[in-house]
Design a protein around this ligand. Structure first.
Ligand code: AMP
Length: 216
């Protein structure tokens, strides 16, 4: 199953992705996570990407496209992939479509998560992420048992540098200008399902399962 999951920051892509990969034996590939890993390890790619990421800007297409192609050719993508955070621009979308066809892994389902700005602001300012295992919490809606500590592995919870209302505005503007047109680009190909992601995770996941059920 070859899936793209799309939606603005805070739409719940991470949470839905965790649920999807439990049901389907495919890897969750988040370009944001891959880039953060590169920054953490101070790789050449990480050094190039860092300044863009810290200001909420998109990392240049050619860096991202090459990183994704390499990743999709790894063994664990044989049954498919769940791509999260990519493509983010029309240029990336067209390059991706060509590349996915070429390597025999064309996209089968685009999940477009839809949520309004106020709900997103509430979600991202309260979001806390485990520095070690990546588990996601929310100060009010999904707090850890002990404040600041991960329930799963006992490590410290951190807030992403770009999880602020100011950065959200920048990321939303980028999303509207560059990413929303991608959904419109894929729509005539009959692979897009729009999902109401403004309520809880169960409500969202029920719609996701229905959409994926039509492909499987
Ligand atoms: P995310 O975790 O998906 O919100 O990504 C965090 C940051 O990584 C973004 O604000 C961008 O700077 C960068 N990034 C992630 N995915 C992409 C992409 N497909 N194209 C360009 N930049 C990206």
């Amino acid at each position: 199953m070859n899936i793209l999951i799309m939606g603005p920051a805070g739409a719940g892509k991470g949470t839905m992705s965790d649920l999807i990969i439990k049901h389907y034996d495919i890897p969750h590939i988040s370009t944001g996570d891959m880039l953060r890993e590169n920054v953490k390890n101070n790789t050449e790619l990480g050094q190039q990407a860092k300044a863009y990421m810290n200001t909420g800007k998109l990392v240049p297409d050619e860096l991202i496209n090459a990183m994704v192609e390499k990743r999709l050719l790894e063994d664990d993508c044989q049954k498919g992939y769940l791509l999260d955070g990519f493509p983010r621009t029309l240029v990336q979308a067209k390059a991706f479509e060509e590349m996915a066809e070429r390597i025999g892994k064309p996209v089968e389902c685009v999940l477009a998560l839809e949520v309004g700005f106020d709900t997103l602001a509430d979600r991202i300012t309260g979001r806390r992420i485990c520095s070690k295992c990546g588990a996601i919490y929310h100060l009010r809606h999904h707090p850890s048992k002990k404040e600041g500590i991960c329930d799963e592995c006992g490590s410290e919870l951190t807030q992403r540098k770009d999880d602020t209302v100011e950065q959200l505005k920048v990321r939303m503007d980028e999303y509207e200008a560059k990413t929303a047109p991608i959904i419109e680009y894929f729509e005539p190909k009959g692979v897009v399902t729009r999902i109401d992601a403004s309520k809880d995770a169960d409500f969202t996941f029920a719609q996701v399962k229905e959409a994926l059920g039509k492909v499987a």
